[in-house]
Design a protein around this ligand. Structure first.
Ligand code: CAA
Length: 382
Protein backbone atom coordinates (compact mmCIF):
# COMPACT_ATOMS: atom_id res chain seq x y z
CA UNK A 1 0.00 0.00 0.00
CA UNK A 2 1.29 3.42 -0.95
CA UNK A 3 2.41 6.04 1.54
CA UNK A 4 0.37 9.27 1.65
CA UNK A 5 2.39 11.10 -1.01
CA UNK A 6 1.12 14.57 -0.14
CA UNK A 7 2.53 14.72 3.39
CA UNK A 8 5.45 17.07 3.93
CA UNK A 9 8.63 15.72 5.54
CA UNK A 10 7.63 17.41 8.82
CA UNK A 11 4.15 15.88 8.75
CA UNK A 12 5.58 12.47 8.01
CA UNK A 13 8.09 12.84 10.83
CA UNK A 14 5.47 13.87 13.41
CA UNK A 15 3.18 11.04 12.27
CA UNK A 16 6.02 8.53 12.63
CA UNK A 17 6.94 9.87 16.07
CA UNK A 18 3.31 9.62 17.20
CA UNK A 19 3.10 6.08 15.78
CA UNK A 20 6.18 4.99 17.70
CA UNK A 21 4.95 6.44 20.98
CA UNK A 22 1.45 5.09 20.45
CA UNK A 23 2.65 1.56 19.76
CA UNK A 24 5.44 1.39 22.33
CA UNK A 25 4.14 3.48 25.23
CA UNK A 26 0.35 3.87 24.88
CA UNK A 27 -1.03 0.63 23.43
CA UNK A 28 0.38 -1.57 26.23
CA UNK A 29 -1.69 0.31 28.86
CA UNK A 30 -4.94 0.77 26.93
CA UNK A 31 -6.78 -2.35 28.10
CA UNK A 32 -5.81 -1.74 31.73
CA UNK A 33 -7.01 1.88 31.74
CA UNK A 34 -10.23 0.83 30.03
CA UNK A 35 -10.86 -1.98 32.51
CA UNK A 36 -10.11 0.14 35.57
CA UNK A 37 -11.67 3.35 34.19
CA UNK A 38 -8.64 5.28 35.39
CA UNK A 39 -7.01 8.41 34.00
CA UNK A 40 -4.36 7.38 31.43
CA UNK A 41 -1.48 8.84 33.43
CA UNK A 42 1.39 6.94 31.75
CA UNK A 43 0.01 7.48 28.24
CA UNK A 44 -0.41 11.21 28.79
CA UNK A 45 3.11 11.37 30.22
CA UNK A 46 4.44 9.72 27.06
CA UNK A 47 2.68 12.32 24.91
CA UNK A 48 3.90 15.20 27.08
CA UNK A 49 7.49 14.00 26.98
CA UNK A 50 7.38 13.67 23.20
CA UNK A 51 6.49 17.33 22.60
CA UNK A 52 3.31 16.40 20.71
CA UNK A 53 1.14 18.57 22.91
CA UNK A 54 1.84 21.97 21.40
CA UNK A 55 1.63 21.21 17.70
CA UNK A 56 -1.53 23.30 17.25
CA UNK A 57 -0.07 26.34 19.05
CA UNK A 58 1.72 29.06 17.00
CA UNK A 59 5.51 29.45 17.40
CA UNK A 60 5.18 32.85 19.05
CA UNK A 61 3.33 31.17 21.94
CA UNK A 62 5.76 28.31 22.32
CA UNK A 63 4.15 25.72 20.07
CA UNK A 64 5.35 24.18 16.83
CA UNK A 65 2.48 25.51 14.70
CA UNK A 66 2.10 22.37 12.62
CA UNK A 67 -1.58 22.78 11.86
CA UNK A 68 -4.71 20.71 11.62
CA UNK A 69 -3.42 17.98 9.31
CA UNK A 70 -0.55 17.25 11.69
CA UNK A 71 -2.99 17.26 14.61
CA UNK A 72 -5.14 14.78 12.70
CA UNK A 73 -2.19 12.52 11.88
CA UNK A 74 -1.14 12.42 15.54
CA UNK A 75 -4.72 11.90 16.75
CA UNK A 76 -5.16 8.94 14.40
CA UNK A 77 -1.99 7.27 15.66
CA UNK A 78 -2.86 7.77 19.33
CA UNK A 79 -6.44 6.57 18.77
CA UNK A 80 -5.11 3.46 17.05
CA UNK A 81 -3.57 2.59 20.41
CA UNK A 82 -6.11 4.10 22.83
CA UNK A 83 -9.13 6.19 21.90
CA UNK A 84 -9.52 7.45 25.47
CA UNK A 85 -5.98 8.86 25.46
CA UNK A 86 -6.60 10.41 22.03
CA UNK A 87 -9.72 12.07 23.43
CA UNK A 88 -7.65 13.53 26.25
CA UNK A 89 -5.01 14.66 23.78
CA UNK A 90 -7.55 16.43 21.57
CA UNK A 91 -9.26 18.06 24.51
CA UNK A 92 -6.29 20.42 24.79
CA UNK A 93 -6.89 22.09 21.38
CA UNK A 94 -10.66 21.84 21.92
CA UNK A 95 -10.34 23.85 25.13
CA UNK A 96 -7.47 26.03 23.90
CA UNK A 97 -8.43 26.93 20.32
CA UNK A 98 -11.12 29.40 21.47
CA UNK A 99 -8.27 31.40 23.03
CA UNK A 100 -6.36 31.32 19.77
CA UNK A 101 -9.46 32.28 17.78
CA UNK A 102 -10.88 34.98 20.03
CA UNK A 103 -8.46 35.75 22.86
CA UNK A 104 -6.89 39.13 23.58
CA UNK A 105 -3.08 39.34 23.31
CA UNK A 106 -2.99 39.17 27.14
CA UNK A 107 -5.18 36.05 27.27
CA UNK A 108 -3.06 34.38 24.61
CA UNK A 109 0.17 35.22 26.44
CA UNK A 110 -1.27 34.07 29.74
CA UNK A 111 -2.49 30.65 28.63
CA UNK A 112 -1.16 29.45 25.27
CA UNK A 113 2.51 28.90 26.20
CA UNK A 114 1.51 26.78 29.19
CA UNK A 115 -1.08 24.87 27.17
CA UNK A 116 1.60 24.18 24.55
CA UNK A 117 3.85 22.50 27.09
CA UNK A 118 1.04 20.76 28.93
CA UNK A 119 1.83 22.63 32.15
CA UNK A 120 -1.85 23.61 32.04
CA UNK A 121 -4.66 21.35 30.86
CA UNK A 122 -7.75 22.75 29.14
CA UNK A 123 -11.36 21.69 28.69
CA UNK A 124 -14.32 22.87 26.60
CA UNK A 125 -17.75 23.07 28.15
CA UNK A 126 -20.72 23.71 25.87
CA UNK A 127 -23.25 20.94 26.54
CA UNK A 128 -25.82 21.01 29.32
CA UNK A 129 -28.39 18.53 30.63
CA UNK A 130 -31.06 20.16 28.45
CA UNK A 131 -28.82 21.43 25.63
CA UNK A 132 -26.78 18.84 23.74
CA UNK A 133 -27.45 19.00 20.01
CA UNK A 134 -29.30 22.29 20.51
CA UNK A 135 -26.24 24.10 21.81
CA UNK A 136 -27.78 27.55 21.37
CA UNK A 137 -30.45 26.52 23.88
CA UNK A 138 -27.97 26.46 26.77
CA UNK A 139 -29.20 27.86 30.09
CA UNK A 140 -26.14 28.59 32.22
CA UNK A 141 -26.41 32.32 32.84
CA UNK A 142 -23.76 35.01 33.01
CA UNK A 143 -24.88 38.22 34.71
CA UNK A 144 -22.60 41.25 34.42
CA UNK A 145 -21.70 43.29 37.51
CA UNK A 146 -19.21 46.18 37.49
CA UNK A 147 -16.07 44.13 36.85
CA UNK A 148 -17.31 40.54 36.80
CA UNK A 149 -19.76 38.08 35.34
CA UNK A 150 -21.61 35.88 37.79
CA UNK A 151 -22.19 32.39 36.35
CA UNK A 152 -25.01 30.11 37.51
CA UNK A 153 -26.04 26.77 36.07
CA UNK A 154 -24.82 23.27 35.27
CA UNK A 155 -22.85 21.77 32.43
CA UNK A 156 -22.83 18.15 31.30
CA UNK A 157 -20.47 15.69 29.56
CA UNK A 158 -17.37 17.82 29.92
CA UNK A 159 -14.31 15.82 28.85
CA UNK A 160 -11.43 16.31 31.28
CA UNK A 161 -13.44 18.78 33.39
CA UNK A 162 -12.03 17.29 36.58
CA UNK A 163 -8.38 17.55 35.45
CA UNK A 164 -8.45 20.84 33.57
CA UNK A 165 -6.75 23.91 34.97
CA UNK A 166 -8.65 26.27 32.70
CA UNK A 167 -12.03 25.67 31.09
CA UNK A 168 -13.64 27.45 28.15
CA UNK A 169 -17.21 27.74 29.37
CA UNK A 170 -20.12 28.89 27.26
CA UNK A 171 -22.90 30.70 29.13
CA UNK A 172 -25.66 33.09 28.12
CA UNK A 173 -26.17 36.74 28.96
CA UNK A 174 -29.78 36.40 27.78
CA UNK A 175 -31.35 32.98 27.10
CA UNK A 176 -34.07 34.61 24.96
CA UNK A 177 -31.42 35.62 22.43
CA UNK A 178 -30.37 31.97 21.90
CA UNK A 179 -27.12 31.91 19.83
CA UNK A 180 -26.73 35.70 20.04
CA UNK A 181 -26.67 35.60 23.84
CA UNK A 182 -24.00 32.93 24.17
CA UNK A 183 -20.75 34.28 25.61
CA UNK A 184 -17.47 32.47 26.25
CA UNK A 185 -15.46 32.64 29.47
CA UNK A 186 -12.14 31.28 30.65
CA UNK A 187 -12.80 29.80 34.08
CA UNK A 188 -9.87 28.70 36.20
CA UNK A 189 -10.42 25.57 38.26
CA UNK A 190 -10.05 27.21 41.67
CA UNK A 191 -12.58 29.99 41.00
CA UNK A 192 -14.98 30.12 43.99
CA UNK A 193 -18.44 28.87 43.01
CA UNK A 194 -17.09 26.40 40.46
CA UNK A 195 -17.42 22.71 41.31
CA UNK A 196 -16.90 19.45 39.47
CA UNK A 197 -19.93 17.15 39.68
CA UNK A 198 -20.73 13.56 38.86
CA UNK A 199 -18.26 11.52 36.82
CA UNK A 200 -20.02 9.44 34.18
CA UNK A 201 -19.63 5.67 33.94
CA UNK A 202 -19.35 5.17 30.23
CA UNK A 203 -19.63 2.40 27.62
CA UNK A 204 -16.35 3.35 25.94
CA UNK A 205 -13.38 5.73 26.20
CA UNK A 206 -13.57 4.83 29.87
CA UNK A 207 -10.15 6.23 30.73
CA UNK A 208 -11.17 9.69 29.56
CA UNK A 209 -13.04 11.41 32.39
CA UNK A 210 -16.43 12.91 31.51
CA UNK A 211 -17.97 15.05 34.24
CA UNK A 212 -20.73 17.48 35.11
CA UNK A 213 -19.79 21.02 36.17
CA UNK A 214 -21.69 23.30 38.53
CA UNK A 215 -21.56 27.08 38.75
CA UNK A 216 -23.05 28.69 41.84
CA UNK A 217 -22.61 32.47 41.93
CA UNK A 218 -19.26 31.86 40.30
CA UNK A 219 -17.71 35.30 39.75
CA UNK A 220 -15.44 35.50 36.72
CA UNK A 221 -13.45 38.71 36.08
CA UNK A 222 -14.43 40.60 32.93
CA UNK A 223 -10.87 40.10 31.60
CA UNK A 224 -11.66 36.35 31.43
CA UNK A 225 -14.43 36.85 28.86
CA UNK A 226 -13.40 35.56 25.43
CA UNK A 227 -14.50 37.82 22.61
CA UNK A 228 -17.46 40.15 22.97
CA UNK A 229 -20.79 39.40 24.65
CA UNK A 230 -22.80 37.28 22.21
CA UNK A 231 -19.75 36.04 20.28
CA UNK A 232 -19.63 32.74 22.16
CA UNK A 233 -21.72 30.61 19.81
CA UNK A 234 -19.61 31.51 16.79
CA UNK A 235 -16.43 30.87 18.78
CA UNK A 236 -17.80 27.46 19.79
CA UNK A 237 -18.70 26.57 16.19
CA UNK A 238 -15.44 27.89 14.68
CA UNK A 239 -13.55 25.77 17.18
CA UNK A 240 -15.51 22.68 16.14
CA UNK A 241 -14.75 23.44 12.47
CA UNK A 242 -11.10 22.82 13.37
CA UNK A 243 -11.49 19.97 15.85
CA UNK A 244 -14.08 17.93 13.92
CA UNK A 245 -11.51 16.84 11.30
CA UNK A 246 -9.21 15.74 14.12
CA UNK A 247 -12.08 13.91 15.81
CA UNK A 248 -12.73 12.20 12.49
CA UNK A 249 -9.06 11.25 12.56
CA UNK A 250 -9.58 9.54 15.93
CA UNK A 251 -12.33 7.49 14.30
CA UNK A 252 -9.90 6.60 11.49
CA UNK A 253 -7.44 5.39 14.14
CA UNK A 254 -10.05 3.18 15.79
CA UNK A 255 -11.18 1.85 12.39
CA UNK A 256 -7.59 1.10 11.34
CA UNK A 257 -6.93 -0.70 14.63
CA UNK A 258 -10.05 -2.83 14.13
CA UNK A 259 -9.09 -3.59 10.53
CA UNK A 260 -5.52 -4.53 11.48
CA UNK A 261 -6.78 -6.83 14.21
CA UNK A 262 -9.30 -8.45 11.86
CA UNK A 263 -6.72 -9.03 9.11
CA UNK A 264 -4.30 -10.60 11.60
CA UNK A 265 -6.94 -12.85 13.10
CA UNK A 266 -8.38 -13.92 9.73
CA UNK A 267 -4.96 -15.17 8.66
CA UNK A 268 -4.42 -17.15 11.88
CA UNK A 269 -7.84 -18.55 12.69
CA UNK A 270 -8.45 -21.90 10.98
CA UNK A 271 -11.90 -23.36 10.37
CA UNK A 272 -12.96 -26.08 7.92
CA UNK A 273 -9.27 -26.91 7.44
CA UNK A 274 -8.06 -23.49 6.29
CA UNK A 275 -7.50 -19.95 7.54
CA UNK A 276 -10.79 -18.05 7.52
CA UNK A 277 -9.01 -15.41 5.36
CA UNK A 278 -9.26 -17.96 2.52
CA UNK A 279 -13.04 -17.56 2.46
CA UNK A 280 -14.32 -14.97 0.05
CA UNK A 281 -17.04 -13.97 2.54
CA UNK A 282 -14.31 -12.80 4.94
CA UNK A 283 -12.19 -11.28 2.15
CA UNK A 284 -15.11 -9.12 0.99
CA UNK A 285 -15.75 -7.93 4.55
CA UNK A 286 -12.07 -6.97 4.93
CA UNK A 287 -12.04 -5.18 1.58
CA UNK A 288 -15.14 -3.16 2.53
CA UNK A 289 -13.61 -2.29 5.90
CA UNK A 290 -10.39 -1.14 4.20
CA UNK A 291 -12.33 1.08 1.79
CA UNK A 292 -14.23 2.69 4.66
CA UNK A 293 -11.03 3.44 6.59
CA UNK A 294 -9.26 4.76 3.50
CA UNK A 295 -12.13 7.01 2.37
CA UNK A 296 -12.47 8.35 5.93
CA UNK A 297 -8.79 9.19 6.08
CA UNK A 298 -8.94 11.05 2.77
CA UNK A 299 -11.97 13.08 3.85
CA UNK A 300 -10.35 13.92 7.18
CA UNK A 301 -7.14 15.00 5.47
CA UNK A 302 -9.01 17.11 2.94
CA UNK A 303 -10.93 19.04 5.60
CA UNK A 304 -7.81 19.41 7.77
CA UNK A 305 -5.87 20.77 4.81
CA UNK A 306 -8.63 23.31 4.23
CA UNK A 307 -8.04 24.58 7.77
CA UNK A 308 -4.29 24.74 7.15
CA UNK A 309 -4.84 26.61 3.89
CA UNK A 310 -6.72 29.26 5.87
CA UNK A 311 -10.03 28.45 4.21
CA UNK A 312 -12.81 29.75 6.45
CA UNK A 313 -16.15 28.08 6.00
CA UNK A 314 -14.92 24.49 5.96
CA UNK A 315 -17.95 23.57 8.09
CA UNK A 316 -19.50 21.44 5.33
CA UNK A 317 -16.38 19.34 4.73
CA UNK A 318 -15.50 19.15 8.45
CA UNK A 319 -18.98 17.76 9.18
CA UNK A 320 -18.75 15.32 6.28
CA UNK A 321 -15.35 14.06 7.40
CA UNK A 322 -16.37 13.70 11.04
CA UNK A 323 -19.68 12.00 10.21
CA UNK A 324 -18.29 9.65 7.56
CA UNK A 325 -15.30 8.63 9.65
CA UNK A 326 -17.38 8.08 12.80
CA UNK A 327 -20.02 5.99 11.03
CA UNK A 328 -17.27 4.08 9.22
CA UNK A 329 -15.40 3.34 12.46
CA UNK A 330 -18.60 1.98 14.02
CA UNK A 331 -19.23 -0.30 11.05
CA UNK A 332 -15.60 -1.44 10.78
CA UNK A 333 -15.29 -2.16 14.51
CA UNK A 334 -18.60 -4.07 14.50
CA UNK A 335 -17.43 -6.14 11.53
CA UNK A 336 -14.10 -6.81 13.24
CA UNK A 337 -16.01 -8.27 16.20
CA UNK A 338 -17.99 -10.39 13.72
CA UNK A 339 -14.82 -11.75 12.12
CA UNK A 340 -13.47 -12.66 15.57
CA UNK A 341 -16.77 -14.40 16.31
CA UNK A 342 -17.18 -15.63 19.90
CA UNK A 343 -13.64 -14.52 20.78
CA UNK A 344 -14.44 -11.01 19.57
CA UNK A 345 -17.26 -10.78 22.07
CA UNK A 346 -14.92 -11.41 24.98
CA UNK A 347 -12.57 -8.97 26.66
CA UNK A 348 -9.64 -11.21 25.83
CA UNK A 349 -9.32 -9.45 22.47
CA UNK A 350 -9.33 -5.70 21.89
CA UNK A 351 -12.02 -5.55 19.20
CA UNK A 352 -14.89 -5.27 21.69
CA UNK A 353 -13.14 -2.17 23.12
CA UNK A 354 -12.79 -0.74 19.62
CA UNK A 355 -16.52 -1.25 19.08
CA UNK A 356 -17.40 0.48 22.37
CA UNK A 357 -14.93 3.30 21.68
CA UNK A 358 -16.17 3.82 18.11
CA UNK A 359 -19.68 4.54 19.38
CA UNK A 360 -18.74 7.84 21.03
CA UNK A 361 -17.29 9.12 17.76
CA UNK A 362 -20.87 9.21 16.42
CA UNK A 363 -21.98 11.26 19.42
CA UNK A 364 -19.41 13.75 20.73
CA UNK A 365 -18.49 16.97 18.94
CA UNK A 366 -21.92 16.78 17.35
CA UNK A 367 -23.84 13.59 16.63
CA UNK A 368 -23.81 12.03 13.17
CA UNK A 369 -27.38 13.32 12.81
CA UNK A 370 -26.30 16.91 13.58
CA UNK A 371 -23.47 16.60 11.04
CA UNK A 372 -26.08 15.57 8.47
CA UNK A 373 -28.22 18.58 9.44
CA UNK A 374 -25.22 20.85 8.80
CA UNK A 375 -24.44 19.13 5.47
CA UNK A 376 -28.07 19.28 4.31
CA UNK A 377 -28.41 22.96 5.28
CA UNK A 378 -25.38 23.74 3.18
CA UNK A 379 -26.79 21.77 0.24
CA UNK A 380 -30.20 23.36 0.50
CA UNK A 381 -28.87 26.84 1.17
CA UNK A 382 -29.74 27.87 4.69
N1 CAA B 1 -18.78 29.16 12.05
C1 CAA B 1 -19.17 30.45 12.30
N2 CAA B 1 -20.44 30.80 12.60
C2 CAA B 1 -21.34 29.81 12.68
C3 CAA B 1 -21.01 28.46 12.44
C4 CAA B 1 -19.67 28.15 12.10
N3 CAA B 1 -19.30 26.91 11.86
N4 CAA B 1 -22.11 27.70 12.58
C5 CAA B 1 -23.11 28.54 12.90
N5 CAA B 1 -22.64 29.82 12.96
C6 CAA B 1 -23.40 31.04 13.24
C7 CAA B 1 -24.53 31.21 12.22
O1 CAA B 1 -24.08 31.86 11.04
C8 CAA B 1 -25.51 32.06 13.00
O2 CAA B 1 -25.07 33.40 12.99
P1 CAA B 1 -26.05 34.63 12.53
O3 CAA B 1 -27.23 34.55 13.46
O4 CAA B 1 -25.19 35.83 12.71
O5 CAA B 1 -26.42 34.31 11.13
C9 CAA B 1 -25.36 31.56 14.43
O6 CAA B 1 -24.04 30.94 14.50
C10 CAA B 1 -26.40 30.54 14.82
O7 CAA B 1 -26.29 29.45 13.90
P2 CAA B 1 -27.50 28.50 13.54
O8 CAA B 1 -28.71 29.34 13.25
O9 CAA B 1 -27.04 27.55 12.50
O10 CAA B 1 -27.73 27.77 14.93
P3 CAA B 1 -28.66 26.54 15.33
O11 CAA B 1 -29.24 26.78 16.66
O12 CAA B 1 -29.59 26.24 14.20
O13 CAA B 1 -27.59 25.33 15.56
C11 CAA B 1 -26.17 23.49 15.06
C12 CAA B 1 -26.70 24.89 14.68
C13 CAA B 1 -25.33 23.11 13.87
C14 CAA B 1 -27.26 22.47 15.27
C15 CAA B 1 -25.29 23.60 16.33
O14 CAA B 1 -26.07 23.87 17.47
C16 CAA B 1 -24.44 22.38 16.59
O15 CAA B 1 -23.38 22.20 15.98
N6 CAA B 1 -24.89 21.50 17.55
C17 CAA B 1 -24.06 20.41 18.01
C18 CAA B 1 -23.27 20.85 19.21
C19 CAA B 1 -22.05 20.03 19.42
O16 CAA B 1 -21.33 19.70 18.50
N7 CAA B 1 -21.79 19.74 20.68
C20 CAA B 1 -20.65 19.00 21.03
C21 CAA B 1 -20.03 19.57 22.23
S1 CAA B 1 -18.32 19.40 22.32
C22 CAA B 1 -18.01 17.84 22.81
O17 CAA B 1 -18.67 16.92 22.51
C23 CAA B 1 -16.79 17.83 23.57
C24 CAA B 1 -16.21 16.60 24.10
O18 CAA B 1 -16.41 16.27 25.21
C25 CAA B 1 -15.18 15.91 23.30
Amino acid sequence: MNELFYLTDDQRAIRDLARKIARERIAPHAAHYDETETYPEESMKAILESGLFGIWVPDEYGGTDMGCLALSLVSEEIAWACAATATQYLDQPLGGLPILLAGTPEQKKKYLPRLATGELLAAYSLSEPGAGSDAAGLRTTAVRTADRYVLNGSKQWCTNGDHADVLTVFATVDPKKRAKGVTAFLVEKDTPGFAVGKKEKKMGIRASPTVALHFTDCAVPVEQRLGAEGDGFKIAMQTLDITRPATGAMAVGVGQAALDAAVGYAKERRQFGQPIAAFQGIQFMLADMAMLVHSSRLMVHHSARQVDAGIRGNTYEASMAKCWAADAAMKVATDAVQIFGGYGYTREYPVERFMRDAKIMQIYEGTSQIQRVIIARELLGG
